[in-house]
Write a protein that binds this ligand. Structure first.
Ligand code: ADP
Ligand code: MG
Length: 243
């Protein structure tokens, strides 16, 4: 349902050009849980931002449901971002002065949906937080805040969820629960998750993509990629040579 064709992206800071993505090609299917692994600076966030329409590629093409985005204008990108994609970030990005319920409802404001409250309460129920709807974010734990962010991401039922190190700020036990929840939501949609937690990612994802210095070095079924634990490459990743 999503296809990247030779996507390139550079950032220019004064005279310095950083090639963040050096021609990345890969496809994502419906209802898949894909983990993106790779050392810091390898282009993972850039990739998610491009897939989510938060940032533009320099060249190549991003094909969404068989449609090229080469000629997309701002209106089309806005519509795609607001209706087709949900984002989950490491830092939750909740609005402090709004209640949990209002934070989730925010996501529906842009898409002009009716029954905002009902839909938002139902999303909060899915993440196990219905009873906390009227609290403020600062009255919640980190794991609960991330659950609110997940409810906000799924409330308008997008086809794609993009998560950038969603468990990066959580302890091991909580992060395991959050990953299980993300796994659960990937049953009805494509989830692409950047993570540093390789051990949990390997346990839970359908496919894994490894990035190194702006290039996709490996992409495949997680099960097959990690079938031989003594494999030299796997060892390299596990011992942290690739971050
Ligand atoms: P990752 O998420 O894998 O850590 P990023 O996608 O954030 O990597 O960054 C890839 C490379 O692009 C890095 O070298 C980073 O410094 C650079 N980069 C990312 N965003 C910007 C930006 N807005 N301006 C300049 N350089 C950037
Ligand atoms: Mg990043």
């Amino acid at each position: 349902m999503l296809e990247l064709k030779n996507i390139k992206k550079s950032y220019k800071t004064g005279e310095f050009v950083q090639h963040a993505l050096k021609g990345v090609s890969l496809t994502f299917d419906r209802n898949e849980f894909v983990c993106i692994l790779g050392a810091s600076g390898s282009g993972k966030t850039t990739l998610l931002n491009i897939i989510g329409g938060l940032d533009r590629y320099d060249s190549g093409d991003l094909i969404i449901n068989n449609m090229s985005t080469k000629k997309f204008n701002d209106t089309l990108w806005d519509a795609y971002r607001n209706n087709c994609v949900g984002f989950i970030f490491q830092s939750y990005n909740l609005i402090g002065h709004l209640s949990v319920l209002e934070n989730v409802e925010m996501s529906l404001t842009l898409s002009g949906v009716k029954d905002k409250k009902e839909k938002s309460l139902s999303a909060l129920e899915k993440v196990g937080l219905k009873d906390h709807a009227y609290k403020k974010p600062n009255q919640l734990s980190g794991g609960q805040m991330q659950r609110v962010a997940i409810a906000r991401a799924i409330v308008n039922d997008p086809e794609v969820i993009l998560a950038d190190e969603p468990t990066g700020a959580l302890d091991t036990k909580t992060s395991k629960q959050i990953m299980e929840l993300i796994k659960e939501i990937s049953k009805d949609r494509l989830v692409i998750m950047v993570t540093h937690n390789m051990q949990q990612a390997v346990r839970i994802s359908d496919r894994t993509a490894f990035f190194l210095l702006g290039e996709l070095v490996e992409y495949g079924k997680t099960e097959e990629m990690f079938s031989q634990p003594t494999d030299k490459r796997t060892e390299d990743y596990i011992t942290g040579r690739f971050g």
